[in-house]
Write a protein that binds this ligand. Structure first.
Ligand code: IMP
Ligand code: MG
Length: 178
């Protein structure tokens, strides 16, 4: 029998947008007039990045990394792989990692360790969502949009097996067959 999945709204488009503006103000205040290189982790953070960068002036650069620790399931495998590295040399630059959601912390702790070896001037992290109850590894988070319960969420860039990224809000996805 086909399983029936359910989308239970958790964060509205308005909530996401106003929190993104607040985060942008905090980040801009902390970095002052210095240029920022935003490093977005593909694919989940593409909508958050798009909204975040538009809150900044012309001193922002963007690059992407693709890292995966998930298959098509809903449990982090803890097996972190870099699938696409940065194009830009980050040595001496102010780097802000832009992540959609921090779950076990494996992705971020691995990426931060790697990027630190490339000697940026500063390395900070912004995550739209954090699931503190799911943390297994220390993940250095400088800015967090929302702390959420330990549930699987989709929408606003976040997927389940590549679906739901285009939802304009964030919802808990339930009724998944394990
Ligand atoms: P971590 O390495 O366990 O912290 O997992 C981080 C990555 O897993 C995120 O960048 C997401 O791509 C993915 N992820 C974690 N939790 C969720 C979720 O609830 N929905 C969709 N993707 C998630
Ligand atoms: Mg991700």
């Amino acid at each position: 029998m086909a399983s029936s999945t359910l989308l239970e709204p958790l964060l509205t488009t308005d909530q996401i947008q106003s929190r993104t503006r607040e985060l942008a103000r905090e980040i801009a205040r902390d970095f002052g007039s210095e240029p920022i290189l935003m490093v977005a982790i593909l694919k989940g953070s593409f909508l958050f990045l798009a909204d975040l960068i538009r809150e900044f002036g012309d001193n922002v650069m963007v690059d992407f990394v693709m890292i995966s620790s998930y298959g098509d399931g809903t449990e982090s495998s803890g097996n972190v792989q870099i699938r696409k590295d940065l194009d830009i040399n980050i040595e001496g630059k102010n780097v802000l990692i832009v992540e959609d959601i921090v779950d076990t912390g494996a992705t971020l702790s691995h990426l931060c360790e790697l990027l630190q070896t490339r000697r940026p001037k500063a390395l900070k992290v912004v995550a739209l969502l954090s699931k503190p109850m799911a943390r297994k590894q220390h993940a250095p988070l400088d800015y967090v949009g929302f702390e959420i319960p330990n549930e699987f969420v989709v929408g606003y860039g976040l997927d389940h097996a590549e679906r739901y990224r285009n939802l304009p809000y964030i919802a808990i996805l339930s009724g998944l067959t394990p």
